[in-house]
Design a protein around this ligand. Sequence first.
Ligand code: ZN
Length: 201
Amino acid sequence: MKIFCIGRNYAEHAKELGNAVPDEPVIFIKPKTALLQGSAPFYYPQFSNELNYEAELVLHICKNGKYISTRNAAKYYNNITVGIDFTARDIQNQLKEKGLPWEKAKAWDNSACIGKWKDINTVTKPINFSLNLNGTQVQKGTSADMIFSFDKIISHISEYFSLNIGDLVFTGTPAGVGECVVADLLTGFLEDEKVFEIEVK
Ligand code: ZN
């Protein structure tokens, strides 16, 4: 199982981090060990002093494929949820400055959490989602604001990597990313339904 993540897929978020809006999807990968399993506790990583949440729509791949056209891409994902692409922003900034890869900032154990899956056919389009930090909304997104649609993302990933059943695709975060600290409670919503609740320990 692989976890694909798309960076800078919302113009407002690219702007808030001082990044240019990309002309093709920015892709990075987290290993299987990055997925926070079931109700396992989430611990603040000891190597960081600036942990950021990034709430994102996450797709579940349901069909194996390679060189998938945009037109056929919708057959390759069946379920959707909201997840967090946890980022050690201080580490990422150091790595970016040196032009080094992001894995130490993005791909560490338990840096990817996902909520309860919903059948994508039962979800109203465009798809709205949000994240609360200690009960206050901090991020709010809609798939309508994505620079690259789900289908474009799937097609582009598959030019480089095989997609396999069970792979996950984090589709990028909207504006409003920010810091979280120990004892914070993060709650994710797909439309109005709560799909996860994570306490930072
Ligand atoms: Zn992200």
